[in-house]
Unconditional design. Sequence first.
Length: 237
Amino acid sequence: MENQKSNSNLKAIIIVLALLLVGSLFYIYTLTSEATKTHLVLETTKSEKESVMKDLAELKSTYDAAIAEKTTLSDELIAERDKVIKLMSDLKKSKGDAAAMSKYKSQFLALQTKMNSLITENETLKKQNTTLTVQRDSTAVVLGESKKFNEVLVGQNEELAKTVEKGSKLAVLNLKTAAYIVRGSGKQIETAKAGKADVLKISFTIAENAIAKSGDKTYYVQVIDSKTKFVYSCKRR
């Protein structure tokens, strides 16, 4: 009887120990699984953080390049780039837990959407600026050629005006002069001696000129002696 009782107690102890061993193994397995899961989560979170940081860095580089082109959107592009820089700073300081990463991913996607819109608009402005520049340059060439042409015309007109001015001057033809002695009876006798002359008669013909301006003209006649001393002058309309 005693042997049977001892065997029963021994079996009970073995069963208890076996159960404890199984429980311990299960507990160790559970701890190991949890640790593995935690490690995987941390590794995944770290990888996501690095990926988002890389995407943000590319976003910043895209903004830098667009800002360097100095379009009318430069101020808006700078403001959006500053948002990207701030998000990068916040992400760098964060512990990288799942909730935080979800928030940063959401913010990144919003910034990326805004960037795509601005870059598309910026490209459109660049194309418009290129077209305007080509048109401006073409206009400048045309204006330059027109200016040169006008300068040539002005020069030609000035030369033509000088030619017309020269051509419009009246020419005196058949100039004749004669000195006369006047007798008491009023008779006039031509003389070649200046000291005896009482009257001088001067006659001339004005040559026809088609381009001279019409209207009254005044002609001046001066008489000088052999020593070029002024003797007499008169005018005739």
